[in-house]
Design a protein around this ligand. Structure first.
Ligand code: CP
Ligand code: NVA
Length: 298
């Protein structure tokens, strides 16, 4: 169905991504400038836990004058086996936009293919594009344009890392990724964006000269049973003051949260002045508001 979706950052052009960042900054300063969404409903289908993404969408819709309708998969017929295709067709008849947090990215793509209203990726096993809207907004607020800067991704080559790869390609920054062997990002995605992305041998090498250092949990949602094994395999990949000392003097630290203090990040760094994680969290709301505007007005 021909309808505008936001399944990965690649659904945006570079100039649309930049415009969204600037619109989010503007809406943060002047919320009254936002397009109204009176009488519009955003459906939220969440098959995984969430604090930030869910609250950001619900508060954004409330502030825009619309409604957010939370549908936990356990309470809907989707959880009892109603086909994704049928759910997409039915919801399209009642709501104006749908945000989905699920495991398999293919489920999101399938839903979108059968939806006549915009579908937003609220996190899949493969990508978390909404988080990048907030992260890039946060960088621009603190440091200005990210074009040409060096960004270090330390740790799991996961959904967040994949969205950083897409962001590097669109916004023109250099991304250095340091992951333990066997936990690198998707090789095809790295190869497709090799002009901007490189795999580093060590966290220290990745961080050298970086203006932004980013990490995420070592075991994502759905990988809980691997936690103990991953703790061993990720030894030496903690982002802490010692590692940050290799970065640029004014380097920022980001983490999408929730964080595991003492694992992927030291407790001290999370609360250090280099850390902008609370701004990142707040910006989820402003940037998702800008995204809703874009999709509802498309
Ligand atoms: N960063 C993020 O997406 O947080 P939640 O899982 O709380 O939504
Ligand atoms: N990589 C993490 C991000 C959480 C917001 C996960 O998928 O659990």
């Amino acid at each position: 169905m021909s309808c505008r979706h936001f399944l990965t950052l690649q659904d945006l052009t570079a100039s649309e991504f930049e415009a969204l960042i600037h619109r989010a900054i503007e809406l943060k300063r002047s919320p009254e400038l936002a397009s109204r969404a009176d009488g519009r409903t955003l459906g939220l289908i969440f098959e995984k836990s969430s604090t930030r993404t869910r609250v950001a969408f619900e508060v954004a819709m409330n502030q825009l004058g619309g409604n957010a309708l939370f549908l936990s998969s356990n309470d809907s017929q989707l959880g009892r086996g109603e086909p994704v295709e049928d759910t997409a067709r039915v919801l399209s008849r009642m709501v104006d936009c749908v945000a989905i947090r699920t495991f398999d990215h293919a489920m999101l793509v399938n839903f979108a293919a059968h939806s006549s209203v915009p579908v937003i990726n609220a996190l899949t096993d493969d990508y978390h594009p909404c988080q990048l809207l907030a992260d890039m907004q946060t960088f621009v607020e603190h440091r200005g344009s990210i074009r040409g800067k060096r960004v270090a991704w330390i740790g799991d080559g996961n959904n967040m890392c994949h969205s950083y790869i897409n962001a590097a390609a669109l916004l023109g920054f250099e991304l250095a990724v340091a992951s333990p062997a066997g936990f690198e990002p998707n090789a095809d995605l790295v190869a497709a964006h090799s002009a901007r992305v490189q795999l580093s041998a060590t966290p220290q090498e990745a961080v050298a000269g970086a203006s932004l250092v980013v990490t995420d949990v070592w075991a994502s949602m759905g990988q809980e049973e691997e936690q103990t094994e991953r703790l061993k395999r990720f030894e030496g990949f903690q982002v802490n003051a010692e590692l940050m000392a290799h970065a640029a003097a004014d380097a920022l630290f980001m983490h999408c949260l929730p964080a595991h203090r003492g694992e992927e990040v030291s407790a001290e760094l999370l609360d250090d002045t280099a850390s902008v994680v609370w701004d990142e969290a707040e910006n989820r709301m402003h940037s998702q508001k800008a995204l809703i505007e874009l999709l509802l007005n498309s």
